[in-house]
Design a protein around this ligand. Structure first.
Ligand code: ADP
Ligand code: MG
Length: 235
């Protein structure tokens, strides 16, 4: 009996994951398509061309990794990378990936990150979360605005703050955030935030949301700092 229930639950989760897989692959596809479009127009200098090609390859590699991750959930044989890495570097990387998307929508990205913010997790999973949050922020500013990304320390935690000056959400809308398939967008899937929330939870972290209609939204991610970071500090 218990086995049956577990099986049913797993099948349901697998169904949801299949849908979110499609969503996660669509993000990199959008980015790579944007780059190819720019290349086709042929107005880029050699240096920019090389940069965009490199970023496209990275995005394709990331998609491949996402698929592998989901498959490893379906067939439990995980090859998760669990390493200590610099959050600021990750943010810079993802900001680079999303920059053409922001430019197209007249969104300015501002970034202030402290040095040496280390967490222990799978870096590609944090990238996935950041892409989702940055993309949501940019999509919330249809007439342009500012996406501000800050990272620093609070006690033994690394804090990542993502703010937009977009359409914001009412209390009711904020409450719906995180339910699977909740979307207010024409071609949205309502899975990006749910997946992000689950990934952060799996890293023993938290995400807080504060939003005000027509003013903007703030997401605050808190992750346990890696031990390494504590070395320089008095016990
Ligand atoms: P999708 O982006 O596909 O709609 P998400 O799970 O990423 O799915 O987001 C769900 C919904 O939450 C969005 O459709 C939007 O209504 C709301 N939302 C998420 N982030 C923001 C934001 N930064 N500003 C305003 N609304 C947001
Ligand atoms: Mg989204």
């Amino acid at each position: 009996m218990r086995r049956e229930i577990q099986r049913a639950e797993k099948l349901q989760v697998l169904g949801e994951l299949a849908a979110s897989l499609a969503h996660e692959i669509r993000n990199p596809m959008t980015v790579v398509r944007g780059f190819l479009q720019l290349l086709l127009e042929g107005r880029l200098d050699k240096e920019k061309e090389a940069l965009f090609l490199r970023m496209s390859i990275e995005e394709l590699d990331r998609s491949e990794k996402i698929i592998t991750n989901y498959l490893s959930f379906a067939r439990p044989k995980t090859e998760e990378e669990q390493i200590s890495f610099d959050v600021g570097e990750r943010i810079a990387h993802v900001t680079g990936i999303i920059s053409s998307f922001a430019l197209l929508r007249s969104v300015e990205i501002r970034q202030h990150t402290e040095l040496g913010l280390f967490v222990e997790a799978d870096p590609s999973k944090l990238s996935q979360v950041l892409v989702n949050l940055f993309k949501n922020g940019i999509e919330a500013m249809p007439t342009g605005g500012t996406l501000t990304i800050q990272a620093g320390r609070e006690n033994r935690h690394v804090i990542i703050d993502v703010r937009d000056t977009g359409i914001g959400m009412t209390k009711e809308e904020t409450a719906q955030l995180g339910s699977a398939f909740y979307t207010t967008k024409e071609s949205g899937t309502g899975l990006g935030f749910m997946v992000s929330y689950q990934l952060i939870q799996a890293m023993n972290g938290t995400i807080e949301v504060t939003s005000e209609k027509d003013i903007g939204t703030r997401f605050k991610i808190s992750l346990p700092a890696a031990d390494e970071e504590m070395r320089g500090e008095p016990a």
